[in-house]
Design a protein around this ligand. Structure first.
Ligand SMILES: [Zn+2]
Length: 111
């Protein structure tokens, strides 16, 4: 497995082959990068895909909210508007679930 390094200033994580003279995010010298323990690196690698899935889910839920807003605005009849309002509320709630999960991952080094 390729070693991972974390910038102690901004938290940016890079693979060994990506290290440059300065942190690409915060501009600090590369001495601010420290090799992550194998346990921490594995947490980061293991959670990468799941975090991407959460972001994709949030993106789709944003689209559901947008579609719901169009349906509410269209206002064909009350039962349609009710469906769109419920879809919007569910999408909003599910987005919060995913955001809370991502926040939990970050707190545990899973990012
Ligand atoms: Zn940095």
């Amino acid at each position: 497995m390729e070693k991972l390094y974390r910038c102690e200033v901004c938290g940016m994580i890079l693979a060994e082959g990506q290290l440059e003279d300065k942190c690409p995010k915060c501009g600090q010298p590369k001495e601010k990068y420290h090799e992550m323990s194998e346990e921490d690196a594995e947490k980061s690698r293991r959670s990468d895909y799941t975090n991407d899935l959460h972001m994709e889910l949030i993106n789709l839920l944003n689209q559901i909210e947008d579609i719901s807003n169009l349906g509410i605005e269209d206002n064909l009849d009350p039962s349609c508007v009710n469906v769109f309002k419920r879809a919007k509320a569910h999408a909003s709630l599910l987005k919060q679930y995913s955001k809370a999960e991502i926040a939990g991952h970050i707190a545990k080094g899973k990012w």
